[in-house]
Ligand binder design. Structure first.
Ligand code: PLP
Length: 366
């Protein structure tokens, strides 16, 4: 028998605490993955994802793997060796895109930005005259920065625009069709408020028609996955892999929860909580890391004050308050904290709890 662990307040960069509805769905009796009831639920889930993605794309589905597999699927289905991929890098996940794209043989044209600043669409446009794809992270979890995907859509020309919406979807507007996003991938564990394990994914008809015909990955071949959710060309659902039925049920419940509240209301709840946290941190004399005007409400980056042991503060928060916050990434590992207010955690009670606990933790550990 496993020992009970104390409930955590997951205020790190992810996962967040799931919505209770999503957790409850994980405990429901399992359906077979070809049961008509499950198939109907998968259809509903894909419909809900279309709403979250702001798209009419027929090919919108939860890939059976985490957000990084969404990234892999995006590149493996679009790139053949030698194709040019312009990748805007302003944090860890842009870096990861470069690694993934180069492994499928892309000629990667990196457009580096200072960490903490947003992607500059003009610099991206000037980087290469004829790219096959342009890729960027909408909400950089490693730095707490929001970038303007619509601006990239406006300059993409014939290129396919790949957007990482792992940290944005479900917490702020993502308007794939309006912004010109051809391929988007996300995760379940951030603002959608479900446990990690699925990668909500969408691809436009235009991108699908240009896809690599026999990509290196069988599992992530979007041509084969068509029949998995959409019923394929004959309308007949085909076996591709055993769907993670429990996770899909949980995702369905999480999406239902978000849509019942309303996307605008959910966005406003994240905005209000993030703003209050950022104001409260500044009132405590702390300095925010991300550039003003480009800060994510759902993921706040704050500089560790001089003389304070970052790791000791995080350990204290966990042991004294069962609160998890994140450290920084790469060269900022010990000089930045990352505080997430995502999904059900995006509320004023969480803000008050974090501010009080952090104040105590800093006082004790400086
Ligand atoms: N992209 C972004 C912006 C992320 O924040 C993450 C995870 O935190 C990923 C990609 C990778 O997702 P996963 O860890 O679910 O594979």
């Amino acid at each position: 028998m496993q020992q009970l662990v104390p409930t955590r307040h997951l205020f790190g960069p992810g996962p967040c605490n799931p919505y209770p509805e999503a957790t409850a769905a994980l405990g429901l009796p399992l359906l077979g993955h070809l049961d008509p009831e499950f198939i109907a639920r998968m259809d509903r889930t894909c419909d809900g994802l279309r709403t979250l993605w702001g798209t009419a794309n027929a090919r919108t589905l939860p890939l059976s793997a985490t957000g990084s597999a969404g990234m892999e699927a995006a590149f493996v289905n679009t790139i053949t060796p030698g194709d040019v991929a312009i990748i805007a890098v302003n944090g860890l996940f842009g870096e990861r895109m470069c690694e993934v794209a180069s492994r499928v043989g892309a000629e990667v044209v990196r457009v580096d930005h200072e960490y903490g600043t947003p992607v500059d669409a003009e610099r991206v446009a000037a980087a290469h005259p004829n790219p096959k794809v342009i890729a960027a992270v909408h909400a950089e979890t490693s730095t707490g920065v929001l970038s303007d995907m619509a601006a990239l859509g406006a300059i993409k020309d014939d290129a396919l625009l790949i957007a990482d919406a792992v940290t944005s979807i479900g917490g702020m507007p993502v308007l794939a069709d309006e912004w010109g996003i051809d391929i988007g991938y996300a995760g379940t564990q951030k603002c959608i408020g479900v446990a990690p394990g699925l990668a909500p994914f969408t691809i436009s008809d235009r991108a699908f028609e240009q896809r690599v015909q026999k990509p290196q990955s069988w599992y992530l071949d979007l041509g084969l996955l068509g029949g998995y959710t959409t019923g394929g060309s004959g309308g007949q659902r085909t076996y591709h892999h055993t769907a993670p039925v429990g996770m899909v049920a949980s995702l369905e419940a999480g999406i239902d929860r978000i849509l019942a509240e309303g996307l605008d209301a959910v966005t406003e709840r994240h905005r209000a909580a993030g703003t209050a946290l950022q104001e409260g941190l500044q009132e405590m004399g702390l300095e925010l890391f991300a550039a003003e005007g480009h800060r994510l409400p759902q993921l706040t980056t704050v500089k560790v004050p001089d003389g304070v042991d970052s790791a000791a503060v995080r350990k204290y928060l966990l042991e004294r308050y069962t609160i998890e916050i994140g450290g920084g990434v790469g060269q900022y590992a010990s000089t930045v904290w990352r505080i997430g207010l995502m999904g059900p955690n995006a509320n004023q009670d969480s803000v008050a709890l974090i501010l009080a606990a952090l104040k105590d933790a800093i006082a004790v550990n400086s």
